[in-house]
Design a protein around this ligand. Sequence first.
Ligand SMILES: Cc1cc2nc3c(=O)[nH]c(=O)nc-3n(C[C@H](O)[C@H](O)[C@H](O)COP(=O)(O)O)c2cc1C
Length: 352
Amino acid sequence: MQIGPHHFSGRFFLAPLAGVSDRPFRTICREMGASFAYTEMVSAHGLLHGTAQTLSYLDRDPAEVPFAVQIFASEPEVLARGAEAAVRAGAGMIDINMACPVRKVCGSGAGAALARDPAAVGAAVAAVVAAVPGVPVTIKIRSGWEEGTVNCVEVARAAEDAGAAAVALHGRTRSQGYSGRARWELIRAVKEAVGIPVLGSGDVWTAADALRMRAETGCDAVLVARGACGNPWIFRELKAAEQGGPIPPPPTRDEWVELVMRHVALQIEHRRRQRPHQPLPAVEEQAVRELRRHLLWYSRGRRGGVAFRRGGAHVKTAADVRTLIEVQFPPGAPWELDAGWHPAQDGGDEAE
Ligand SMILES: Cc1cc2nc3c(=O)[nH]c(=O)nc-3n(C[C@H](O)[C@H](O)[C@H](O)COP(=O)(O)O)c2cc1C
């Protein structure tokens, strides 16, 4: 699968996820088999001003090639300058967010609000394409603003005409937020309408869902979003499926512990790179606090998960996390997921 000059060995990507798809989580998902991962959305204004928060979004593993930065703003000029700044910082691919439903973002005309008008989409894409020659520019959209104004086919065509290298569609409207069903038939409709690669998104909770999305829509790649939160092993399963091998079993307790502790260590390193002069205990506490959300996700559907999550609200150090794990999930205790549990049942609560 190819986007602009970039070849991807697989068709299952980690979706852009604000507050989630940072360097540590992208590293973990790529190691598990995701062939590509976007940054979380980054303000183009922030890129222009180089704020500390924005720079933290640009932290990347040198092995992350291409490094794909997702930017948002409403004005084509700001998007163009933001894209230039991202490329100077190493981006080899720019994605424009036209899907974010958050009121503050849409209120400024960015995110999903930008995609209300196909002409505005074309202008935004054209400005960014002109600003970063040789760097593929992609967009991520929703099906439309609301049920009566589904316009993803027109928007995708406008983007293609303006030079977009791919389009990702989350098959929900802006007014749906993250609830209700994602309309996969619209992913198929967009795929049939444009010649550029189409990436599908929405309701991919399991590896079986991702494979079914590809089969039913013909999309070129699938973005795994909430289905990867707490379950980066989904990419291990998808990679095996792509290679035609047997689907690996779910993680053992020891694999799970190793990965959770690795995530903790990566998060501490990530924060340490941004705050080299701060005392390590303060950096560690911040990093571990940030990871509490992931700890919650990692423990979903597991016996002992409720107590683990209660304890997770108080952890401050990597050692605290290790102790909590050993107490709540001791070696040899039952490890299988609760019968009947499905990631969709509590995944939606986590959306912005
Ligand atoms: C916590 C969270 C953060 C998200 N952040 C972004 C973002 O920064 N940029 C973006 O384009 N989409 C973002 N999304 C949307 C996802 O990329 C994806 O399109 C959406 O969750 C639908 O897929 P799913 O139903 O399989 O989760 C976010 C979704 C969630 C749940």
